[in-house]
Design a protein around this ligand. Structure first.
Ligand code: FAD
Length: 584
């Protein structure tokens, strides 16, 4: 491991994709940045690894849509080797009676009409409304949300301006859409879809997005937002589409790592952090697992806020309101993730043979009531005996992952308890539950289990151990209305500034939340640059790279002016404010 400089401007804890994005923007603004990643590889939950000899796959995160086009462009990810292809079909829902629904490819409406002509007729209006609302979310994703502050007018002013801008965006929606947006934040995915459609298969396909990574029933209030969260992405300019990164999700983060290195970021792997140092009420460095102490002007955490405040910081330096919030931080996805090496493609009874349906997200859960029962069963037993499985076979789109003629599949399985009840450990039930998941696929594709050459199983406990995802939470905290937007991670910290001066957050536990988006990393960088780079150049003029705008089309001079303005309004906080202290 190369030894880095003794003191840099920014120490970034965690080399997940958001950490890499944030680090790159900071380095391009002239800051000296060191990323410290606990694992042997950067990328966090978006990595590709060999899990069986000759077979590679995305280990955890497995499909791409939410990655912000602006981040792709700013970091020149295509120039660094990233290639994303769209699925040929969106979703395939085989049914127990051997009928099926296959969406995408311009065939969705006739496919839905097989089950209900009325639903097929309503689909375009459903999509138009959701798209208009998703446009608002898209626009908000790359901006810090208004931060609620108790301090003086000089800090409240920029937040009011931000709230005003938000109001303007919402005003652009007509009355019906505004009401719909409100509903989407409050009601369940099931209730929302029941209003629109009468046939079960289309509701199952759309409703799956409401429970994915969300330990909830599709009829749990708030799950409609999770559905919405999964539609604000795009692939190669096609809104709402999902795709595959050639080489797996690790190809995204390897391209990001190259961009970071090109910008001058130092990346250290096998470099876990065990403590964030707070001195004189300010974050001033970290202690690595190796015992090494590193100092910096700022510490940025790419990890789940709960991990940061409860495990990496002494309770004595974490203000009481933050400790209380973290105690109540709802965290824990009910998901189990499997990768399987296959000797041949699965053959579905509902649609035998090979075809474009095998490039789709294959959802094995026929209706919303089934999904509801899966959740209730997991609540009672620890896992559902009739689970919800989404399978993706990326080797149908990408021949770099498996030997010729063979395949890899990702299985994303819900629901399981994040932490097993009754004192049981996931270590004792991993294989038993994996067998349940395989059996669920076997029902629809006989011969599937016999085709498995090798498998990798990640329970919620494994996700926590491997990636630091507390409770296996894929989003670093549930996407419930009380944990979103200005309340993510908590009221008063929505501007990516942490509980003590000099500390920032840039991971999925901040706005706009989980998924491989790059948005939290982008937004946090904007704030950190405004705090660290305004009063004096970050590096001497002769050492600075050609300045790159955070936004293409914005002049550097414009950026500096706005930076100065925002710093005058809010940046003083980190130099002048003494935090509310924990009882010590
Ligand atoms: C099973 C699963 C499936 C998913 N599927 C999808 C999907 O298909 N599409 C999608 O868009 N999203 C998906 N997601 C969600 C998405 O992957 C995450 O929300 C996203 O990766 C979060 O990115 P991040 O950079 O904020 O944090 P992370 O990716 O969690 O990265 C945090 C990094 O911090 C490191 N770290 C932790 N503790 C320390 C420490 N003490 N010191 C140093 N480093 C530390 C970790 O090792 C990790 O590298 C999935 C997630 C999971 C787990």
């Amino acid at each position: 491991m190369a030894k880095g400089p003794e003191k840099c401007d920014v120490l970034l804890v965690g080399g997940g994709h958001n950490g890499l994005v944030c680090a790159t923007y900071l380095a391009r603004a002239g800051l000296k940045v060191t990323v410290l990643e606990r694992r042997h590889v950067v990328g966090g939950a978006a990595v590709t690894e060999e899990f069986h000899p000759g077979f590679r796959n995305s280990v955890a995160s497995y499909t791409v849509s939410l990655l912000q086009p602006r981040v792709i462009a700013d970091l020149d990810l295509h120039a660094h080797g990233l290639r994303i292809v769209q699925r040929k079909r969106s979703n395939f829902l085989p049914l127990p009676d051997h009928r099926y629904l296959l969406t995408g490819g311009g065939e969705t409406e006739p496919q839905v009409a097989k089950f209900s002509r009325r639903d097929a007729e309503r689909l375009p209006e459903y999509e138009r409304r959701l798209e208009a609302i998703a446009d608002v979310l898209r626009a908000l994703a790359l901006q810090p949300p208004p931060n609620v502050t108790d301090d003086g007018w000089w800090k409240a002013l920029p937040e009011l301006v931000r709230a005003g801008r938000l109001g303007r965006r919402l005003h652009a929606l007509d009355e019906t859409l505004r009401q719909e947006l409100l509903d989407l934040f409050a009601i369940s995915a099931g209730e929302y879809l029941d209003r629109w459609f009468e046939s079960a298969p289309i509701k199952a396909v759309l409703g799956f997005d409401g429970i994915v990574g969300n330990y909830a029933s599709p009829y749990t209030p708030g799950s409609a937002y999770v559905l919405l969260h999964h539609v604000f992405g795009e692939v190669n300019g096609v809104k709402g589409a999902w795709g595959h990164a050639i080489g797996g999700m690790g190809a995204i983060t390897q391209a990001m790592a190259k961009a970071a290195l090109a910008a001058g970021v130092e990346i250290r792997t096998d470099a876990g952090v065990r403590e964030v140092i707070v001195e004189n009420w300010r974050a001033s460095g970290v202690v690595a697992d190796s015992g090494e102490t590193l100092r910096a002007r700022a510490v940025v955490a790419n990890v789940n806020p709960k991990l940061l405040y409860e495990r990496l910081m002494s309770p004595n330096v974490v203000p009481a309101p933050t400790r209380e919030r973290m105690t109540n931080w709802r965290c824990g996805s009910g998901t189990l993730r499997m990768n399987v090496a296959l000797s041949k493609l699965p053959d579905f009874s509902a649609l035998p043979g090979e075809g474009e349906h095998l490039t789709a997200g294959i959802i094995m859960a026929p209706d919303l009531d089934y999904m509801d029962r899966a959740y209730l069963d997991a609540r009672v037993h620890g896992w559902s005996k009739e689970p919800i499985v989404e399978m993706l076979i990326p080797s149908t789109l990408d021949d770099t992952l498996a030997p010729a003629g063979q395949h890899v599949a990702s299985l994303f399985c819900q629901h399981v308890q994040p932490e097993l009840s009754g004192g049981r450990s996931w270590d004792d039930h991993r294989d038993e539950v994996a067998d349940v998941m395989v059996a669920a696929v076997e029902k629809y594709a006989p011969g599937f289990s016999a085709s498995i050459l090798g498998r990798q199983v990640l329970t919620p406990l494994d996700l926590e151990r491997t990636f630091g995802l507390i409770g296996g939470d894929i989003f670093h905290g549930a996407l419930s209305p009380n944990q979103l937007f200005s309340a993510r991670p908590m009221i008063g910290q929505a501007d990516y500034r942490g509980a003590v001066p000099g500390l920032y957050l840039c991971g999925a536990g901040t706005h706009p939340g989980g998924g491989v988006t790059g948005a939290p990393g982008h937004n946090a960088a904007k704030v950190i640059i405004s705090d660290l780079c305004c009063w004096r150049p970050c590096r001497p003029m002769w050492e600075r790279r050609k300045p790159r705008s955070l936004y293409p089309g914005t002049s550097y001079r414009g950026l500096r002016r706005s930076t100065l303005r925002s710093t005058l309004c809010q940046g003083l906080r980190h130099n002048a404010t003494k935090p509310v202290l924990a009882d010590s």
